[in-house]
Design a protein around this ligand. Sequence first.
Ligand code: BG6
Length: 454
Amino acid sequence: MSKFPNDFLWGASTSAYQVEGAWDTDGKGPSVQDVKEIPAGTTDFKVASDHYHRYEEDVKLFKELGMKAYRFSISWSRVMPNGVVNPEGLAFYQKLIDLLLENEIQPVVTVFHFDLPVYIAEQGGWENRETIQAFADYCQVLFEHFGDKVPLWQTINEQNVMALAGSVIGTSQKSMKEKFQENHHMLVAQALVTKQFHAGNFTGKIGPAPNIASVYPASDKPEDQMAALYMSALRNWLFLDVAVFGKYNHNAWHLLETIGAAPEVTAEDRQILLDGTCDYIALNYYNTMTVSSYYQKENKIDQQSGFGIPGFFQAVENKNLPMTEFGWPIDPEGFRFTLNEVYSRYRLPILITENGIGAKDVLTEDGQVHDQYRIDYLQQHIAQMELAVKDGVEVIGYCPWSAIDLISTHEGITKRYGFIYVNRTEDDLLDLARVKKDSFYWYQQVIAQNGLGE
Ligand code: BG6
């Protein structure tokens, strides 16, 4: 007997700027991802996987894979390149959503995934309060067009990563004070559009999509427990407490005040946060974190590596965990732990919107990709998700990263995640042909039997 309900949303994910390409086609304006400095040796995002031109072929493959849901993002700068609706941009998503529905694949939409339009960035980006209204206007356009067709919406992808590792993913490079003011405006914007969505009486649900990682104390020392509590407050609960309760987490607030990074919050902001709380939690899980009390240390900053805050905590390596070839820890049991922790705090349904392994996949001469390491990774995580469901956690779906190969945030196309291989390299587009990897056939089975089987 499967542990998963019959309507469990087995799916997979992508994001607009990482998969679409067509960066200036049909009226699309530039986003910060199109103009950022690209790390040496990696490709830019101009063509990506060319999904914009090949979405019909891609959806056909998603159908063959058996996907019940496709989690993707809409590009703000395609839909509203300069504050005014671009009909051709909107038409692309209209066609994509209709095609998914025809194929009985639920569209699961993130409205903002790291790709702020350049014209907004030039006016101060999220630090400028006016961006809140610009975001609300953009979301209103999406709700009016797709509100009846999209059952699950996510407001903002990995807002916590933008606040804590923005310099790596190319969204913002600012002081902590500025970053947490931006962050506050994003939280208000999220609550405002959540309220708007609810006012529209659509049948769907809306929620945030942070990157959540439970935090382990490095030892049984009491100060390490406190360090773990504070890192989790800053990295995880700050974002979810506001989304679910409409209030800042008290530990996170204390930390921000102590380091001089507490944002200015108006009485009106407080009311908006309380009025726009979410219906469910979408979360991305890649690994857990481990921390000790603070000591000075050189940190490698990216989404999944830790950092330190003087007086509060310092991330350390967890020697019990193996690493991916790109240096991210692998912790399937941590997935079960994280799901339980989130559910016991918030008691809301959880949708997994990302989980997966980045690897240097190889296309063999006979046109195959033997990604057994991906099968192992996903198999272990699904097994732990099953245990979390048995524990009593309400998980409504699993959308691993990624449906098809796409460009990594800062490590190019060499770091691949997809079930479908895209034939290109960093500097040569080759034929962009799609090739089903071994993991495609494996996941197809998992979906068909609604889980791993006995
Ligand atoms: C998440 C993002 O941080 O992890 C995705 O939401 C990203 O956009 C994914 O691609 C994997 O990270 P990376 O850096 O390997 O692309």
